[in-house]
Design a protein around this ligand. Structure first.
Ligand SMILES: *Cc1c(COP(=O)(O)O)cnc(C)c1O
Length: 218
């Protein structure tokens, strides 16, 4: 049975192959292990294998699970990747090193205020509702420019654009569209790609892939 270290190495190899096809440097692709629903033991097996970046989609779960883990492994960087409510901004700023789901000015405002109080300014991704789906997180495509500009005017560094393509359809066109929007606004980072589609995402410019299932399950 493959170990956590084996699964991680396999994914790093696949990222390297996809990057090579696209004439990209694999070092420009950050592997984020999505650890929602995973135990401390499962997470520590990956940390021991060299994994440094982890993603969680719920502030409440992350607050319960991560402080003890971070005390033991202070070099780990924690990424917030789920929908974020403004009333969780204070907790999110305290716990996370990078925020991937900033999708409205009111949330950005709350994060800026809390980051001033905390004296800690985590980089943020602007999340885009790339399939223009109802009930999905992310700002509308037409709002990206204004939100990117608002982040640039704020004290929070802009990490890039993030998106989750619609389920059940070919994701590559959505990745390509996000990359095009990023170029239009002169944005460098792209947080795209999950277990089922990260190779396409890397070929189309992902600088961060968020992978859960393929890292934690055989
Ligand atoms: C759960 C999740 C992932 C990881 O999905 P897998 O298919 O398990 O790799 C990536 N991004 C977000 C926002 C998630 O919620």
């Amino acid at each position: 049975m493959p170990s956590a270290a084996d699964r991680r190495q396999h994914i790093l190899n696949e990222i390297a192959k996809a990057a090579a096809l696209a004439k990209r440097d694999p070092a420009d692709v950050q592997l984020i292990a999505v650890s929602k629903g995973r135990s401390a033991e499962e997470i520590e097996a990956l940390i021991e294998a060299g994994q440094r970046d982890f993603g969680e989609n719920r502030v409440q779960e992350a607050s319960a699970k991560w402080p003890a883990l971070l005390a033991r492994h202070p070099h780990v960087r924690l990424h917030e990747i789920g929908q974020l409510q403004s009333n969780k901004a204070a907790e999110a700023v305290k716990l996370f090193d990078v925020l991937h789901s900033v999708d409205r000015p009111s949330l950005l405002g709350a994060l800026v205020r809390e980051s001033e109080k905390a004296g800690h300014h985590p980089p943020v991704y602007v999340q885009v509702n790339i399939g223009e789906e109802e009930q999905k997180g992310g700002c509308a495509i037409g709002e990206v420019g204004a939100l990117v500009e608002a982040v640039r005017q704020s004290a929070l560094p802009l990490a890039g654009l993030m998106a989750i393509p619609p389920l059940g359809v070919e994701p590559a066109p959505y990745f390509a569209l996000l990359a095009k929007i990023a170029r239009r606004h002169d944005v460098a980072g792209l947080s795209i790609g999950m277990s089922g589609d990260f190779k396409a995402a890397v070929m189309l410019g992902a600088t961060a892939v968020r992978i859960g299932t393929a890292l934690f399950e055989d």
